[in-house]
Every structure is written in structure tokens, then in C-alpha cells.
Design a protein around this ligand. Structure first.
Ligand SMILES: [Zn+2]
Length: 337
């Protein structure tokens, strides 16, 4: 049984790319409490090795960085303008509550709005395109000038996180921001818990990898010596694709190229033989930590699977069955390698 409370907890910790320490610290402590010895590299990726019966080493990766924003300027009236971190669908940010994290540790709340935010005042309130030049942060503080904002300790370069709005419906849907890729990080944590609680020694040595810069392209670009990597990241849903929120998606190819033929074929065979609800798809506008690892020059095999996530980089949603199918496929792959 997957403990969805843990998924809710990790989505509640702000973690845009480059500002992932709070979530990484939480995961590090969680793993230490389980009895593991996690370690980090310089850029903050977190690793846990689980010794197996052989020295063949399989990495299982998920990224814990999310999309977000960063302050790019403050105008004379105190409007906070921003730049995106990663590739959020900014029109879905219109009206969202957010938090500003100053570099001296203060947190302020606000709302992301369009610069034509009132229907009674602006003719183009409905039609204005939502992009970083037509949106701003309305700060929940009494400010009328740039100086007023700066006096609060708020500055260009401060991170802005978006409230995730986690909801688990009685029909089994989990809707929240940042299922990409916290849903997968959650599954890896659940797997680590299962290995520990049942005292399991896997056939091969496993290296669990929680990366911190995937959304900006270089999360897993360097990785300690492993033979292969099973990347767990969101499965795409939409036009031309067959995946649903109840399925585990096996990605044969994305925009960065095809994944390892043998690994992918093995995943498909295991999914088929074990009656998992699965899809094989090609993701048109996508690359993963596997792409980053290969481009980083690592000599590895690489495959990509993940729960079907609808409306990605917007208001994302998946289903408990999608998480369960993905969890089963991860385990089947490790147990049958
Ligand atoms: Zn992702």
C-alpha cells in the first residue's frame, strides 16, 4: 500500500530547481531514519546505495526539483516581475498563491496575476496573453513603491514557489502541482522503505538518485559509476499518445532520442507478462535525466518509465492506479534483472 501522505508531504516543501535543499534535507533525514546512509554530490543530488548480491550497479533516478519562478525586477509601484525556473505553463499560474523566499530566510506570500487583473478596469483582462512580461506578483504586504518592497528584504534573485494545492479524491485521483517528478521520487522512497522493512538484499547493487536540476536540463549529467539507469519520471498523456492516468508509461523515445533497446524491451515484456496496465509511447517535447546522463558522457544504458501525468507543467493530475502500476514495474525490473 502506497502511503500517499508522504507524497502530500514532499509536494508541500518548496523545491524549484536550485532551491531544493529543504526537500533534499527532508528526504535525507527520512532515509537516515529508515537506517540508510545517504550522501550528496557538490551540486546537491542525493544518493543512496543498497548493496546487492552482485556488483552490477543499477541506478534508479527521480528528480526532486520542480518548476518555479525567480524575481527579475521590481517596478516603481512595487510590482514584482519574475522569470520562470524551468518551463511552467504560465497561463495556469494566473491567480495562483505563491511564496517569496528571501535570501535571509524570510517568507512572504503573494498571488501571481496578469498585469490586467481586474475585469472592471482593463479591456484586455480576458484576452491578454499570459507570459512573463504580462504577469507579476501581488505581494501581501502594504507596499506602494520599489523601496517599500526592498525594505522587506525582498530582492532580485529571490525564489518564488507556487502553492501545490494537493488533493486526493475519493475516486483515486491525485491532483497537485509537481507530480512531475515528485510522484516518482515518492515511489523510490516507498521502494527504499520496503527494501529496508523486509530486509531485502537485491540481486544487483542499487544506487537511488534524487536529482536537483532536471527541469533546467542537467540533473543527472554526472553520476557515480553505474552500469545502467532506470529513470522514473512523468509519463506523458495527450494527442497521439496511448497512456492514461491509470497506467505506467514506458517511453521508447523522446525528443532527445531513443532509450536503450534491451532495457525498454525488458520493461515491456515484464509489464505484459504481469498484466500491468501500461502504455508504450513516444514523447514529442520531452527529455529526461537519462538524456542528461548520456549527454554528460556517462557510459550507461538508460530507460524511462513513469506514471501517466495529465496536464504536465500545468495543473497536473494522476491516479493511484498509475502510481501502483509504476511501482510494480520498478520492482519487477529490479527483481528480474
Ligand atoms: Zn520531470
Amino acid at each position: 500500500m502506497l502511503d500517499i501522505k508522504l507524497l502530500e508531504k514532499i509536494t508541500s516543501i518548496p523545491s524549484p530547481s536550485g532551491y531544493t535543499f529543504h526537500l533534499i534535507n527532508y528526504i535525507e533525514n527520512y532515509l537516515k531514519d529508515l537506517g540508510y546512509k545517504p550522501f550528496k554530490n557538490q551540486k546537491g543530488n542525493l544518493f543512496v546505495e543498497v548493496k546487492g548480491k552482485t556488483n552490477y550497479k543499477i541506478a534508479l533516478s527521480a528528480h526532486v526539483d520542480t518548476l518555479g519562478l525567480m524575481i527579475r525586477s521590481i517596478d516603481s509601484t512595487g510590482k514584482i516581475m519574475f522569470a520562470p525556473i524551468g518551463g511552467p505553463l504560465l497561463n495556469t499560474y494566473d491567480g495562483e498563491y505563491c511564496k517569496i523566499h528571501t535570501r535571509d530566510g524570510k517568507v512572504y506570500t503573494g498571488t501571481v496575476l496578469s498585469t490586467s487583473p481586474s475585469i472592471h478596469v482593463y479591456k484586455d483582462a480576458r484576452t491578454k496573453e499570459r507570459n512573463m512580461d504580462t504577469m507579476y506578483i501581488r505581494l501581501d504586504e502594504v507596499v506602494y513603491t520599489k523601496k517599500d518592497v526592498e525594505k522587506l528584504g525582498i530582492s532580485v534573485g529571490d525564489y518564488i514557489s507556487i502553492d501545490p494545492k494537493f488533493t486526493y479524491t475519493t475516486s483515486g485521483f491525485i491532483k497537485t502541482r509537481f507530480l512531475d517528478d515528485l510522484a516518482s521520487a515518492f515511489l523510490l522512497l516507498e521502494y527504499l522503505k520496503e527494501l529496508k522493512q523486509n530486509n531485502i538484499t537485491p540481486n544487483n547493487t542499487l544506487l537511488f538518485v534524487f536529482t536537483t536540476y532536471e527541469e533546467v536540463g542537467h540533473g543527472c549529467s554526472s553520476i557515480p559509476n553505474v552500469d545502467e539507469i532506470l529513470v522514473v519520471d512523468m509519463g506523458c498523456i495527450g494527442a497521439d499518445l496511448s497512456c492514461t492516468e491509470e497506467m505506467v508509461s514506458i517511453c521508447a523515445k523522446d525528443a532527445s532520442g531513443p532509450y536503450d533497446y534491451m532495457m525498454t524491451s525488458k520493461l515491456i515484456t515484464l509489464a505484459k507478462e504481469n498484466n500491468l496496465n501500461y502504455a508504450i509511447d513516444i514523447y514529442p517535447y520531452y527529455s529526461s535525466d537519462g538524456s542528461a546522463a548520456l549527454r554528460g558522457g556517462n557510459d550507461i544504458k538508460c530507460a524511462l518509465i513513469g506514471s501517466g501525468i495529465q496536464a504536465s507543467h500545468g495543473m497536473e493530475r494522476t491516479h493511484i492506479h498509475g502510481l501502483e502500476n509504476t511501482y510494480k514495474l520498478i520492482k519487477l525490473y529490479i527483481e528480474n534483472k
